[in-house]
Structures are given as C-alpha cells and as structure tokens.
Design a protein around this ligand. Structure first.
Ligand code: LER
Ligand code: MN
Length: 286
C-alpha cells in the first residue's frame, strides 16, 4: 500500500465508512462512497475501513473505482453489524445461527481477498447468555474462529480479533485476556485488534497492554475516551503512539469514532489529533 499520510514510519491511516451514519455508532463517514473516499484521501488518509452487515450489500464497483482514483486502499472489513443488525454470533447456542455467522465471515473473507484487506472479528463473537456458559462459549468461539482463520489463511486474508469493553461484549474485555485467548488456542493467521476506547475502560495501563501484545498486534482503532475523535477526551495519544513505535507496529490505525460534532469535523479533527500525537510521540523520541 502506498503511504501518503506524511507521517514517519509505516503506519497507515484509515477512515471508517458505512452506508448510513448513526450517532450511536462509531463510524466517521457515510453517504456517497466516491465523495467520501475523495474527501478522506484529500485529508491524508491512506485507506478506508468498511462497516456493513453483509458484504453482498457493499457497492464494490463505486468503492473500487474511487479507491483507484484517489490512491486509497480498503484496510479492513468490520463485521459487528452482522451481530447488531442480523443477530449472528460465533458462540450462539443454536448451531444454525453459529453456522450462519461462520458463513457470513467467510463471505467477508472472500470480499477482502482481492483487496488484501483484513477481516475484523469484534462484536460478532456475541455475548455470554450466563456466566455458567463461559467455558462452553469459549470452546465454541475458538472452534468457530479456527474455521474462519484457516479459510482466511488460504486466501491470504488476515484476521484480527478485537478486545471489546464489558458493556458491549461481556467477556474477553482486556487486551491481556484477549491475547491469551488467541495465543492459547493457537489461532492461525489471527492477531489482536486494540481499540483505545475499549482499552480506556478495561486496561489499567494502555502502554503496557500494547507492549504485552507486541507482535501479536495486528490493527488499531483510535477514538478518545468519549469515543469522539482523538484529542477531544482524556486519552494520552502521545503515549499510545510512543508505545506503538516501541513495538515496531507497522499496521493500520483506523478512525473508528463517532461522527460528531459532524462527519466532516470528526474526519479532519481525527487526523489532526493523530498527527499531533505522532509529532510528539514518534519524532525525536526513541
Ligand atoms: C468494533 O470495532 C467496536 O469497537 C465496537 O465497539 C463497535 O460498536
Ligand atoms: Mn473498535
């Protein structure tokens, strides 16, 4: 991927895109994909992260043409809407639901393959129906993820598994326990996604969490403590960038924040906040 964000190092910046904006959902752009991709490119983003419930509904022709025209890539496919909108879950007690979730994720892998994009497993892992179900749910999750990861590996698509705060998913909340789940199950081709909004709730020391993940870190979502763009809350992004540099992270950093006060302001504010953190946390400091 060509990097045009002007930042030191190899990290790429991505802007989230969906069909529609929802003030409760952390996606920064929606609407005409051609217009939005050109706008993000003009601000210095390198790529887009797509948030759709089903890849069959994604307007790929328009998106591909706009990406080509604006030297943009598709960094990743977020899949949480398949859980939130369609109720699909990788740990569901109903095996038909679980199978449908696996098939949906395979569809996302097929969609991602020509773009060499990553597939995100986040909310689609579902919620525990009860604490007593934790053991069996984790077994089902490992089994489902293994199937998807092997399918993705054969198609040269990376999988990232996201640590999510307790109010959205009631298990695997900290970076440490999520990394342990990936490592202990030897999930092939699977790295961890760290999202600063979730980390601020779950991880006592965000820099240490990044260091502990080390080369397992595969993708980063950046939103501030209030889930608005970087610089509007109390997360210390200088420390975050410093930690990413220390573990030699060379992947994508994505603007998964609320489109507030409006999409345009969030899009330009996010990149301004992240560039400031890079200047202070990356340049001139080891
Ligand atoms: C997904 O990346 C995520 O962070 C969820 O909180 C989305 O609602
Ligand atoms: Mn996220």
């Amino acid at each position: 991927m060509s990097i045009k964000n002007g930042l030191p190092g190899q990290m790429k910046l991505s802007a989230t895109l969906a069909a529609e904006l929802n003030p409760a959902s952390p996606v920064i752009m929606a609407g005409d994909p051609a217009e939005k991709i050109a706008q993000a490119s003009g601000l210095g983003y390198d790529s887009i992260e797509l948030h759709w419930a089903d890849p069959a509904q994604i307007p790929f022709a328009v998106i591909s043409a706009a990406c080509r025209e604006n030297q943009m890539e598709i960094s990743a496919f977020a899949t949480g809407r398949a859980y939130v909108q369609d109720g699909l879950s990788l740990i569901h007690e109903d095996s038909d639901n679980r199978t449908a979730a696996i098939i949906r994720l395979k569809d996302f892998v097929d969609a991602a393959s020509p773009y060499e994009a990553t597939v995100i497993i986040g909310c689609i892992r579902g919620n525990l129906p009860s604490e007593a179900a934790r053991g069996s749910a984790l077994e089902r999750l490992a089994h489902s993820t293994q199937i998807i990861a092997e399918y993705a590996q054969a198609r040269n698509v990376g999988i990232v598994f996201e640590a999510i705060n307790r109010f959205e998913n009631n298990y695997l909340n900290t970076a440490q326990e999520t990394a342990a789940f990936i490592r202990e199950n030897n999930l092939p081709n699977t790295k961890i996604l760290l999202d600063t909004f979730h980390m601020n709730i779950e991880d006592a020391d965000m820099s240490k969490a990044i260091h502990d993940c080390g080369d397992l870190l595969g993708y980063v979502h950046i939103a501030d403590s209030n889930r608005h763009f970087a610089g509007t809350g109390h997360i210390n992004f200088i420390e975050i960038i410093h930690a990413l540099k220390a573990v030699n992270y060379q992947g994508c950093i994505s603007a998964e924040c609320l489109p507030l006060p409006d999409s345009e302001a969030a899009l330009s504010g996010w990149i301004r906040g992240v560039k400031y953190a890079f200047q202070e946390g990356y340049d001139g400091k080891s």
